[in-house]
Write a protein that binds this ligand. Structure first.
Ligand code: NOJ
Ligand code: MG
Length: 564
């Protein structure tokens, strides 16, 4: 029986209205695994599927509902798996299809859902589809986006069809010698964009979804959603994008306003098609809802369109990156504005929320905001209504490693992709091999799962404590009238209130600042401390009379409970 059904049964017993409307993903604790870095099982220094399977019980231990895995498919690894050469197989680095099936079996027995990364915008140039397209094999001619380019009237030289710049910098069009045409790539040259105006491409992508659904996955994180369609003029030409003014470097992505290459209406409709496909699959095969997480660095208004409208359902979890824009200087009021932007749009329109803490493309929280703010952000995302999305290692306070860049293999995102820190032993027990593909953070002897299990107020134990609360009744009843509220009660102190109809009330107070805060007369009741962070001078079980005052140490977060 899915967890939410249990909760609803409990809720029905205590007669909480509205819980039946909550599907599992709406209040889920999601966790991203970067497979190369989670657990190595064969000693080659690179994480793999068997490794992940052996660690799934850990996800259960820390209260995770579902985990999404960055790509594990066959790939030359030019973009570490985001360049797929076979969408229907597992890369040997990660194991085999049998290993994948075994992972699903273990996940199901533990009750942890598995979500795969679906990368529809592009394939690897080493995919057989690209080869067929290059050679104009029947049916594959227009599988990718090809164009002759245009001839410059003054110089007589051939030029790319438009001025478009790729996300990683440099032109989005590259000349192909064999085919004698330009091909489009919104990302690397080795990641040619598939042509979604071709119905055969869309069919192939549905085959990909079906293949993995049949193997038992619970959903997909869709990569690079905004980039799927590009706008083509009726005569087959492509127009230049206007200069944005944000960058002075004409080779940089920010140099243009991406009016023809991002968030096209056809992309929105595609999300509705894929959602309908998943819903239909569920109708035919039973089981819990299959979900779509959308990776889209777009306005929240656009994410709202991806989520759906009165007529169509779209991606259940258009990922909310707003909290990832916070920095070390962000105050409680800044946090509230970030929350507001989402809530005023998505909550108002759809009563849905999700909060992403980090991912494999962005510095870790310890580096973005400071090590002492890691627990604060973990507390905030668990206390807010909706789903939380945690990047592996954030629950133990991992930080970036300054990885030395050598020649071509230079990848500026390595810092946040280092091996998971399991114990204080050799290689942190990530691998029994000689070397690991990226160096371990030397801080692993202190910050690791095993050590933190034994430290009362470690990041890990705070994370676990918050997950336990998140799945309790007051935190589940978030769709009720007045079930939650949040505000900055001072410039630096954020307060989140969670209640249910049965007089349970939690107050989460987070001091984002480096000064002590004293708050008088916050409420007319006496509360009990149920969770305190490392910088707190209070302890679980102590009481505080909010009619008088509460004192918060710098960077202290506390959870208080009032029981009628
Ligand atoms: C977003 C992924 O998160 C990133 O790692 C990748 O490089 C691009 N999409 C291209 O697939
Ligand atoms: Mg595209």
């Amino acid at each position: 029986m899915p967890k939410w059904v249990h909760l609803c049964l409990v809720a029905v017993l205590v007669a909480i209205a509205g819980c039946a409307d909550i599907d599992w993903w709406e209040n889920a604790s999601l966790y991203q695994i970067y497979p190369r870095s989670f657990q190595d099982s064969d000693g080659d220094g690179i994480g793999d599927l068997k490794g992940i399977t052996s660690r799934l019980s850990y996800l259960k231990e820390i209260g995770i509902t579902a985990t999404w895995l960055s790509p594990v498919f066959t790939s030359p690894m030019s973009d570490f798996g985001y360049d797929i050469s076979n969408f229907f197989d597992i890369d040997p680095i990660f194991g085999t299809l049998d290993d994948f099936d075994a992972l699903i079996v273990e996940a199901k027995s533990l009750g942890v859902k598995i979500i795969l990364d679906f990368v529809p915008n592009h394939s690897s140039d080493e995919n057989e589809w690209f080869d067929k397209s290059v050679n104009r094999v029947d049916g594959y001619d227009d599988f990718y986006v090809w164009h002759d380019g245009k001839v410059n009237a003054e110089t007589g030289e051939r030029e790319p069809p438009s001025n478009w710049i790729s996300v990683f910098g440099g032109p989005q069009w590259t000349w192909h010698e064999t085919r004698q045409q330009y091909f489009l790539h919104q990302f690397q040259v080795k990641q040619p964009d598939l042509n979604f105006t071709n119905p055969m491409v869309r069919e192939h992508m549905l085959d990909v979804l079906k293949f993995w659904l049949d193997r038992g996955v619970d959903g997909f994180r869709i990569d690079a959603v905004p980039h799927i369609y590009e706008y083509r003029n009726a005569d087959g030409s492509y127009s230049d994008e206007p200069v944005s003014g944000w960058s002075s470097n004409p080779e940089a992505y920010d140099y243009h306003d991406h009016i023809y290459t991002k968030d096209q209406p056809a992309t929105v409709e595609l999300m509705y098609e894929w959602r309908a496909f998943l819903d239909q699959y569920r109708t035919e095969n039973g089981g819990d809802s299959r979900v779509l997480l959308a990776e889209a660095f777009s306005s929240v208004e656009t994410l709202s369109a991806y989520f759906g409208n009165g007529t169509h359902l779209g991606t259940q979890l258009p990922m909310n990156f707003q909290l990832m824009y916070l920095s070390g200087y962000s105050t409680a009021r800044d946090v509230v504005s970030s929350i507001d932007y989402w809530m005023n749009t998505m909550w108002t329109e759809h009563q849905t929320a999700n909060w992403v803490v980090g991912n494999h493309d962005t510095n870790r929280v310890a580096d973005r905001m400071g090590a002492h703010k890691v627990d604060l952000l973990n507390v905030i995302v668990s206390a807010l209504p909706g789903a939380s999305i945690t990047y592996y290692g954030e629950e133990i306070g991992m930080s970036n490693v300054d990885v030395e860049c050598t020649g071509d293999s230079c990848e500026d995102r390595d810092g946040e992709r280092t091996p998971m820190q399991w114990t204080a032993g050799r290689n942190a027990d990530f691998s029994q091999g000689e070397n690991t593909w990226l160096p371990l953070n030397p801080d692993y002897e202190r910050f690791n799962v095993q050590t933190e299990r034994g430290v009362a107020r470690s990041s890990l134990n705070i994370f676990k404590g918050m997950q336990a609360l998140k799945s309790s009744s007051a935190f589940q009843s978030f769709k009720q009238e007045g079930g939650f509220s949040y505000e900055a009660i001072t410039n630096q102190v954020l307060q989140i209130i969670r209640t249910n109809k049965y007089s349970e009330e939690y107050r989460i107070l987070v001091n984002m600042g480096n000064g002590m805060e004293i708050i008088d007369g916050l409420a007319d009741k006496v509360f009990e401390y149920v969770l305190t962070t490392a910088y707190s001078s209070h302890h679980q079980g102590q009481t505080v009379d909010l009619r008088e005052r509460i004192l918060l140490m710098p960077y202290e977060a506390v959870v208080l409970r009032w029981l009628a």
